[in-house]
Design a protein around this ligand. Structure first.
Ligand SMILES: [Zn+2]
Length: 292
């Protein structure tokens, strides 16, 4: 976070009056939000919910990155885009949405594919937080390595079927993404699942956005990471969550079972699973980091 002292303008005080009126929310908390620069990877469905929350709450600066253009099949869940923007880049569409929703937030968007070659010249290592909503684990792996290397707070969040998952990570104080979801390098899994179309409902996207940004606010207020992983399921019907379970690391399966949770490709339980995380001492990303 920026160390320079920021103040709220009279207009911002009025805009944020209802949240400033909460018993557990002070002007100091609002200023902490205003000093925050957040980078969001992806401007799709999961990002819609997260970006919406960040804009409404009043962060200082949002940087959002996505290479794609808007298609009709995006619009059942990617609510920051609309029919008038079909064919437009998601980056440009977000600029229009953000300006109308909260002009106090500085917004920068980039239409670029993130890979091993582009990440270093695209992401700013001085950003306070990276929120990774990419829909490919291989892409998230690249972002995770960047976050570990530069010791940046990293929020992993996503949805699958009627379920969502989220965790706020900060290596080396917490596990990194690779400690938890470490099988995305397998060519057979990448080939069969990374390009498949998995069902996604709009409802868990909203829940994921709320749980994710609540973790961020807890951290901003206390300076302490909860080290929790949340998995939420909205229904007790059979749900295909292979996009999540197939990539889980042995370490994550073990700590889950120690806390009474066994991951199955078909999930039939309703409610929130909350797990306390720990690092994988053999993780080849964070254990080999020169900072550790
Ligand atoms: Zn790790």
């Amino acid at each position: 976070m920026s160390q320079k002292r920021l103040l709220l303008s009279p207009e911002e005080r009025e805009r944020y009056l209802r949240q400033l009126s909460m018993a557990d929310w002070s002007e100091e908390d609002q200023v902490k939000l205003k000093s925050l620069r957040v980078t969001v990877m992806g401007i799709g469905g999961a990002a819609s919910s997260i970006i919406n929350n960040l804009l409404l709450l009043g962060i200082g600066e949002l940087v959002a990155i996505d290479q794609d253009r808007i298609e009709l099949s995006n619009l059942n869940r990617q609510f920051i885009h609309n029919v008038e923007h079909l064919g437009m880049s998601k980056a440009e569409s977000l600029m229009i949405y953000a300006r109308r929703l909260n002009p106090h937030v500085k917004v920068v968007t980039k239409q670029i594919e993130i890979n091993e070659t582009t990440i270093d010249r695209t992401l700013d290592p001085e950003t306070d937080l990276i929120i990774d909503t990419f829909d490919k684990w291989a892409s998230r792996s690249i972002v995770n390595r960047f976050a570990v290397r530069h010791r940046i707070l990293y929020l992993m969040a996503g949805v699958v079927s009627n379920c969502f998952y989220t965790a706020l990570l900060h290596s080396p104080h917490t596990p990194c993404l690779n400690c938890l979801i470490g099988r995305f390098q397998s060519p057979s899994l990448v080939g069969s699942f990374q390009s498949a179309i998995f069902g996604i409902n709009i409802l868990p996207i909203a829940a994921m956005g709320a749980f994710s940004i609540a973790e961020l606010i807890k951290y901003l207020k206390t300076g302490i990471l909860t080290n929790y992983f949340y998995f939420g399921s909205l229904y007790n019907t059979k749900q295909d969550i292979r996009f999540f379970t197939l990539f889980l690391s042995k370490h994550f399966r073990r700590i889950s079972e120690e806390q009474g949770v066994r991951w199955n490709p078909i999930w039939e339980s309703e409610g929130i699973v909350k797990l306390t995380l720990s690092r994988d001492p053999t993780c080849r990303v964070c254990s080999s980091s020169k900072h550790c």
